[in-house]
Design a protein around this ligand. Structure first.
Ligand SMILES: Nc1nc2c(ncn2[C@@H]2O[C@H](COP(=O)(O)OP(=O)(O)OP(=O)(O)O)[C@@H](O)[C@H]2O)c(=O)[nH]1
Ligand SMILES: [Mg+2]
Length: 317
């Protein structure tokens, strides 16, 4: 009798999460216009906060891998920056990172803010995807915001423009429809060995995570030009004997007026940003965090190779 054929009652105790069958693993890229809900979906699929989310477009700046391991399948999800018409060197590198995410992927999910419908940025993405990409799945998001009956014309229109192998209607925010998407993703992965250890959640380092969580608070607590002209770098990371960690981050902004807004009246804004980021990091890192923020104005940082290198974007334009 082959090992695979051991009857259930005599089978040795194995991990409950690994049903019989070969392992599967692959890469699934998540693409779309800014603000479509890509990062919200990636976090929901992975069951952990891996990528920051805000209501401002261009929140995600570089590719982030989140690892979804379920049953015998491992799906490496690539969250990408939203695709838009780039101007600055930073923007060009972000858009290049997004398209790069689709290369080598076993499948790509096009996430659409279904309430916004077929916008010009989405049309531009569709036109480029038509020139060749991995198998495509259409993910119509934000269904909690309207009656899904209204989705039929949009679904038909998009399916007329591109050949989607599957169409899903979901709310990444509430989780509605996401379980079916997760199950199908797991089943769609090619047979092969896992690419990451079972307990790995993402490829984001703790230093990068700290900088991103600070940037998330900047996106949430400031408006207009400040969020898009700010970048955050973790300067130092010191583990302390008492089990806590001291993290020093530098925030670069483009102008002294932006620095003034970020610092706020008697330092109130930067204190609030630090406070909330610290609470979030304490949760994510599972230990006490001492967070120190230093704001510097540095005109033209978004054209500087060194700053883009810190984001892992140096060779992408
Ligand atoms: N109501 C609702 N809001 C959503 C849903 N999914 C995402 N959002 C919100 O949409 C906004 C953008 O979400 P993100 O996940 O940051 O979008 P993104 O596509 O990653 O954006 P970029 O990184 O800028 O390209 C946030 O305010 C989310 O809370 C959804 O299903 N329903
Ligand atoms: Mg994002």
């Amino acid at each position: 009798m082959a090992e695979d054929d051991i009857p259930e009652e005599t089978a040795p105790e194995g991990p409950k999460t690994a049903p019989e069958g070969p392992t599967r693993a692959g890469l699934a890229a998540v693409l779309g216009a800014p603000n479509a809900g890509k990062s919200t979906l990636v976090n929901r699929l992975a069951g952990a906060k891996v990528s920051i989310v805000s209501n401002k477009p261009q929140t995600t700046r570089f590719r982030i891998r989140a690892i979804l391991t379920e049953g015998r399948s491992q799906v490496v999800l690539t969250d990408t920056p939203g695709i838009f018409s780039p101007r600055r060197r930073l923007d060009r590198a972000m858009v290049a990172a997004a398209w790069g995410g689709a290369q080598d992927a076993d499948l790509a999910m096009l996430v659409v803010d279904a309430r916004a419908g077929l916008t010009d940025p989405l049309r531009a993405i569709v036109a480029k995807l038509a020139k060749g990409s991995p198998p495509l799945w259409l993910v119509l998001n934000k269904t909690d915001l309207f009656d899904t009956k209204r989705l039929l014309p949009l679904t038909a229109e998009l399916n007329g423009l591109l050949q989607f192998a599957e169409t899903f209607m979901i709310s990444a925010e509430t989780g509605d429809g996401v379980d079916r998407l997760r199950t199908q993703l797991c089943e769609a992965m090619p047979v092969g060995p896992w690419l990451f250890p079972e307990d790995e959640l993402s490829d984001v380092t703790d230093r990068m995570l700290a900088a991103e969580i600070v940037r998330e608070q900047i996106l949430r607590q400031t408006h207009e030009e400040v969020p898009h002209h700010a970048t955050v770098e973790t300067e130092s990371w010191q583990e302390r004997k008492d089990g806590s960690v001291r993290i020093d981050c530098t925030i670069y902004v483009g102008r002294s007026s932006q620095k003034a807004i970020l610092i706020g009246d008697k330092g109130s804004r930067i204190r609030e940003i630090g406070q909330r980021a610290r609470v979030e990091l304490t949760k994510l890192l599972e230990r006490p965090v001492h967070l120190f923020l230093n704001v510097k104005d540095r005109p033209g940082w978004d054209e500087e190779r060194g700053r883009l290198r810190a984001l892992g974007l140096e060779d992408l334009e």
